[in-house]
Design a protein around this ligand. Sequence first.
Ligand SMILES: [Zn+2]
Length: 380
Amino acid sequence: MSFPVDPVALSQALIRRPSVTPADEGAMDVLQRALEALGFACRRMKFGEIENLYARRGTARPNLCFAGHTDVVPVGDVEAWAAGPFEAEVRDGVLYGRGAVDMKSAIAAFVAAVSAVDVAGSISFLITGDEEGLAQDGTKRVVEALAAEGEVIDHCIVGEPTSAARLGDMIKIGRRGSVNAWIEVEGRQGHVAYPHKAANPIPVLIALLARLQARVLDDGYEGFQPSNLEVTTVDVGNAATNVIPAMAKARLNIRFNPAHKGAELVEWMEAECRAAGEGFDGRVSLKALVSGEAFLTREGPFTQVLAGAVEEALGVTPELSTTGGTSDARFIRSLCPVVEFGLVGATMHAIDERTPVAEIEALARAYQRIIERYFERFSS
Ligand SMILES: [Zn+2]
């Protein structure tokens, strides 16, 4: 079966735009032209230097949104690639290029799917050029702007590469949240032979990290792994054998399930830092950044539509999973239920990122079936 819009040709056109975050290099124009040809009203929403696009066809509800990003991570060592990272070459039925998996081909597959359907309701695209970077001027700001206008999105599918070993074997219905923290313990430098004249920050930092690590955050949450705190570095950098250093630093990351809110974890760490500083002739400070809250789209009619359509189109029963890192779904969750489904992620961010052409076409068929089933189920 072929589509009015060829998903492989559109993937290639997108990959040929070297849109390494924050550059766009015309990638959004390629997409906008394809969508306008299908009758979409396109709005460019530029924030800072970032190109974003919100496109919608139809005005009625329900509004099913596809979300994704046209930006890609850097290519690394160009010489190490078997085919040029932005040439979008097909070799033996495999498309090579940065973005082939994460996630230009998924965008193209959804456009192809849309080109083959006519629905009672609306289909929209929320596409950013800032997912792989800071993600400050991307989906986050588009979602804020759409919410302020009262734009209604009923359900959203993010096209991240969620399949594990085989196309269709995994759909993500939630993600853990993430918080990073930087701890500094500042004491007073001195001679190791005269410790009473110094204030060694290292024992304070060790005891503090031990207390933070000792807390069992939870035993898991509805299909989520237990939350986990991981110390990622401890730095003193003291080259001398006879000096008590003035400063000891550490960094940690917590991946947390919906049993926690980022702000509560930060408050807890701040309290532990205050306690660690009691009686210490120095300063214990913490800087923390919540990069995303945890979310879960509970199993129900929407996830059933997804799973059923994937099974029908691909002959694979998808696992509904909450594993993996964060994605822009963390911002969209404030608008509507959101899930993620896309290609096999094996080569994403790697040298020789690639995907079989047949899998791009199969993904387009799966998206088409999802769209059809969705409107059968949710159109009134
Ligand atoms: Zn991605």
